[in-house]
Every structure is written in structure tokens, then in C-alpha cells.
Design a binder for this molecule. Structure first.
Ligand code: AMP
Ligand code: MG
Length: 321
């Protein structure tokens, strides 16, 4: 049996399959099977109050999962699907409430990965999938990471190689008077604004939407990570060396030539938001697993293309004492 057929058969019998997407690996279940979807929450240790994204084969399938779909949804789908953009729409009554965490809204997207698209077409249905990591941890961008995170609690891993984008999709809420970005990603507010020809907003006062990707601690390594401006990073490094702490550094600069036994590992990152995002989670795992005691990360630029990686770093970081 080929791997697509194997994955499809398992999903249809209520099992969990890890799926490759261009963003991160997802932990997938048949979106119409509440018992299977419950297994996602159990495997991740994720609270039932956190809704899941439904992955669909094409824009035509959107009306199987959502109702009262606004024109903006079709415009965005035409511009960005398959791709790293999730749309929040009004839930179709046939969508199990466990998928949407009891809400009347639903998150849908068409992922851009050939294997997962093939699987979705073969299923002719939707796959509910959050990132395939334990709750609150770093999202997986390779099949090996999925295995590290979930071990035997996933029934099958569809190996699609490393993820090309590397951070989770941009999430846009389309039920308000203006499109609202709930989570930053590689598709920016300006990209969306350009397609829709209208203002895109980042917050609405008083609006309560359950969107756990927006909880302040997330995507986090187990050791402390401090996010610092370049000047402050140097001072912090000296302070930690004096305190005899072993340190890992993730910076845009090259490693200083003079070796220091306390600087355990130094990773120089590309000054390009796309390449940075692609490598981010993988390198955070490397730094989390080495023998250093903490991770210092240089703050990325404040400009719009960096908002996605900046957001993930902020959620991975701890306040500086
Ligand atoms: P993950 O793929 O692990 O980032 O989890 C799926 C993400 O989808 C969550 O973090 C939420 O931010 C988002 N999401 C899913 N459904 C909804 C919804 N109905 N309303 C708002 N956000 C949602
Ligand atoms: Mg996640």
C-alpha cells in the first residue's frame, strides 16, 4: 500500500496521522469524527478550549465547513491558497463542536504541501490538525521532531521532509466589519490589505476570541530564552558569564573571535525573514537540547516582514529579571 493510501485508511478508521504542511507538521484526525479529534487533544495535552484548524483540499470545499462565507474569503483564497493563511469563518452546523472548542466560528485553510494535498483529495474530507507538538512546546518542522514530541501517541507520520515556511499560518478573522489578524505569519497584513483593498486591523477592543496561538506563553523551549536588543544582548552576555552560566546565542552577528568557555553554542541567523522563519524552530530545538543553561536571542527588526518570527520569539521568551 502506498503511504497516501495508508494515511487515508488510518484517518478513516479514527487514528491520528501527522501531516506535513509548508508551515509546520500537523497532528491530524478526521475532522468529522469527534472521538478521533478528542485523541488530538489527549496526545498533545492541549486544553479542549483551544480550537483546531481544518485542512481542506481546495477552495470549493470551504462551503462544507463554513456558512455565510463573505466575498473577502474567496478573494483571499484565490490569492493565497494553497498557502499559509487560515480563515476564520462562521461554522457550518455539521462541524463537530470539539473542533471549534464550542465556538460558532471555524478555522480553515488549504495547505501547500503535495503529499497532504494528495491525501486531502483522496479523503475528500477535512483534516483537523494543530501543530504536532506537546502543548506549549516548539512546533515540529521535520518528521523526526514529531516523533520526539509525540512518540507512540501518533499512529503514522507522513514524511514530507522539512517544512518550507517554518512558522504557523497567518490567521485572519473575517466575521467583523474589518478583517482582523489574530496571528501573524509569513503572509503580512499589507499582503492581505493589498488583495482586499481595505483596511486590515490587528485588534478590536472588547472582542473575545478563543485563539490559543495568541496565548502569551507558547512555542517555548524548556530552558529560559531571553529576547534582547543587540546592545542589551552584549551586556547580558557579560553578566551571565560573570555569574558562570553557560549560554547559547542566536544572533545576526558572527561569533566573537575570542573563545569563551561559557558561550556554549553561537548560531548566526540570516538577515532574511523567510529564511529565518524556516530555520527558527529547528535551531531552537538544537539550543534547547544542548548543555547550556539559557538562550539569548537578538531581537529581529521591527519592520512588518519580521512580525511573524518576532511574535513567536516573544512567546518563547521569558521576562528579563
Ligand atoms: P496550532 O496549529 O497548534 O497553532 O493551533 C491552531 C490555531 O488555530 C490555534 O492556535 C488558534 O489560534 C487558531 N484557531 C482555530 N480555530 C479558531 C477559531 N474558531 N477562532 C480563532 N482561532 C482559531
Ligand atoms: Mg501549536
Amino acid at each position: 500500500m502506498d503511504i497516501i493510501e495508508q494515511a487515508a485508511t488510518l484517518l478513516q478508521s479514527g487514528k491520528l496521522v501527522a501531516i506535513p504542511t509548508e508551515t509546520v507538521y500537523g497532528l491530524g484526525a478526521d475532522a468529522k469524527n469527534s472521538i478521533a479529534v478528542q485523541k488530538i487533544y489527549d496526545a498533545k495535552g492541549r486544553p479542549n478550549t483551544n480550537p483546531l484548524i481544518i485542512h481542506i483540499p481546495n477552495v470549493g470545499a470551504m462551503s462544507d465547513w463554513a456558512i455565510d462565507i463573505p466575498e473577502d474569503a474567496y478573494l483571499l483564497a484565490a490569492a493565497f491558497w494553497p498557502g499559509p493563511l487560515t480563515l476564520i469563518l462562521k461554522r457550518h452546523p455539521s462541524v463537530p463542536l470539539i473542533v471549534t472548542a464550542g465556538q460558532d466560528t471555524v478555522a480553515v485553510r488549504v495547505p501547500n504541501h503535495p503529499l497532504t494535498l494528495k491525501l486531502l483529495k483522496r479523503l475528500g474530507s477535512g483534516i483537523a490538525a494543530p501543530s504536532a507538538n506537546r502543548y506549549g512546546r516548539i512546533s515540529p518542522t521535520t518528521p523526526e521532531h514529531v516523533l520526539e514530541e509525540l512518540g507512540n501517541s501518533v499512529d503514522f507520520i507522513l514524511d514530507g521532509g522539512p517544512c518550507a515556511v517554518g512558522i504557523e499560518s497567518t490567521i485572519v478573522y473575517l466575521l467583523g466589519s474589518k478583517p482582523l489578524i489574530l496571528r501573524e505569519g509569513s503572509i503580512s497584513g499589507s499582503n492581505i490589505q493589498q488583495v482586499l483593498g481595505k483596511e486590515v486591523i490587528k485588534s478590536i477592543e472588547g472582542l473575545e476570541i478563543r485563539s490559543p496561538g495568541s496565548s502569551s506563553s507558547h512555542y517555548a523551549p524548556s530552558k529560559p530564552l531571553y529576547l534582547l536588543e543587540k546592545e542589551d544582548l552584549h551586556d547580558m552576555l557579560l553578566k551571565l558569564i560573570q555569574a558562570r552560566k553557560t549560554i547559547s546565542v542566536l544572533s545576526f552577528s558572527e561569533k566573537p573571535i575570542r573563545p569563551n568557555p561559557f558561550v556554549f553554542e553561537w548560531i548566526t541567523f540570516p538577515y532574511d525573514p523567510g529564511q529565518y522563519a524556516q530555520q527558527l524552530y529547528q535551531q531552537l530545538r538544537v539550543l534547547d537540547e544542548n548543555d547550556s543553561e539559557c538562550i539569548l536571542v537578538e531581537m529581529p527588526p521591527a519592520s512588518e516582514p519580521w512580525l511573524g518570527v518576532k511574535d513567536r520569539l516573544q512567546r518563547a521568551s521569558r521576562p528579563i529579571k
